[in-house]
Design a protein around this ligand. Sequence first.
Ligand SMILES: Cc1cc2nc3c(=O)[nH]c(=O)nc-3n(C[C@H](O)[C@H](O)[C@H](O)COP(=O)(O)OP(=O)(O)OC[C@H]3O[C@@H](n4cnc5c(N)ncnc54)[C@H](O)[C@@H]3O)c2cc1C
Length: 463
Amino acid sequence: MPVVTSPAAIAALFTAIVGPDHALSGDAIAEDYGHDEALTARMVRPAAVVRPASTDEVAAILRAADQHRIPVTARGAGTGLSGACIPRADGIVVSFERMNRVLEIDEANCVAVVEPGVRLDQLDGELGTRGLVYPVYPGEYSASLGGNVSTNAGGMRAVKYGVTRHNVLGVEAVLASGAVIRCGGKLIKTSSGYDLTQLVIGSEGTLALVTQAILRLHPRPAHGATVLAPFATLDEVTRAVPRIVASGLAPLMLEYIDILTMTAMINQLGLKLGVPDEIRAKAMAYLVVALENAHAERLEEDVQAVGELLAELGALDIYVLSPSAGGELIAAREKAFWVSKAAGADDVIDVVVPRAAIHAFVQRVGAIAREHETWIAGCGHAGDGNVHMAIFQKDSERRSRILRQLFEAGIALGGAISGEHGVGKEKKKHFLALEDPTKVELMRRIKAAFDPHGILNPGTIFD
Ligand SMILES: Cc1cc2nc3c(=O)[nH]c(=O)nc-3n(C[C@H](O)[C@H](O)[C@H](O)COP(=O)(O)OP(=O)(O)OC[C@H]3O[C@@H](n4cnc5c(N)ncnc54)[C@H](O)[C@@H]3O)c2cc1C
């Protein structure tokens, strides 16, 4: 088996497939290709960056990489938060930026067929004019659909519409050998053998490279409203969440923001909540409830009902925000990661627990923070039980112990270490230590069946 190791030889191998302009090496590789947005991630320069334009080119790239045992890391927009698209120095990045076409919007079947490099904002622009929406809404709208599929992205609207895996009906994917598979389709159900679409979703580029995704679309409701409710304690907020979900009011978003995060958002982003000072002084946490409806009068009824429920659940006051103020609040919530980063956070994690256990989990987080004299600020997709925590602890060993305790606390409550960001490279050691070894072994065998030589994103999820 021929093994190519020098960066120049590796680049030359792929130049033959994509042409000299799209097989980059040396200084032509921009720093961005070597990292994602994980706060703990360190940049690694790959031997080459290869930018295919078609499924055939992806297949040829993987055939060559497999033959020469060259590690391959797929890259969408690089907005991931778990270090999953950090390449190996002896490997290549396959960047999907040129495969960025919305291939079809099939209104009769309510599906879109997209290439992996399509960005969420691009797709939303094309769907908006047709009264349709692809509802998965991770906070970073520059993310690619390929990245979303591979991380099983979630975001603020999951409480109503589910996450990526509930909205992807099929994929075209290239195996490590270069073979192309098509799974699922424009159909909303199949019961025909193992569901390979679902196996590929969330596999963080370790099983196959996604070259097309078939997305489920929904009608875009014309009317929306945002309700903000400050509470005197975080305790009351977390207890309120399951009640709101069970109310049948089907919130589009149900987010919580603790006082540390809200204060940072107000200070850094100049966010104006319109909440009087005397209420702000008492508020220790906030709930944001977004609602939508095709009919304005039904939306008004729902807003009224949510307001009454929030009052019953102990809100200090209830604010129905104007469309512009609501938009600003949601935009600020989307920026919570950047706000935490600017405030000096050392890591951001996203433990998920059953939503009725958020209350117990958040109490445990408080105890862990006190034990380690560490600030842990939180906000998150409360409706999904997904708690995002910014950890302010410079000492990396101590931080690692804190993370381990937080992950253990989530798992003990029936949760998982990540609700949507993925395991990547940054959480791998905790994942491998805490996950059931029988399941990890089974995952390794699945990985070997897809990728016998282990070329796809080595170091992500597994060692
Ligand atoms: C400010 C901010 C807010 C965020 N908020 C959320 C949020 O609310 N919810 C959420 O879920 N995420 C959130 N994220 C994380 C991030 O946006 C998502 O993980 C997103 O899905 C990553 O997409 P990407 O295109 O940037 O993927 P990348 O970071 O480029 O890659 C992510 C993973 O997908 C793999 N991959 C990429 N393309 C392919 C492909 N075609 N085939 C196979 N594997 C591929 C990569 O190898 C890597 O393993 C946020 C990030 C930021 C910066």
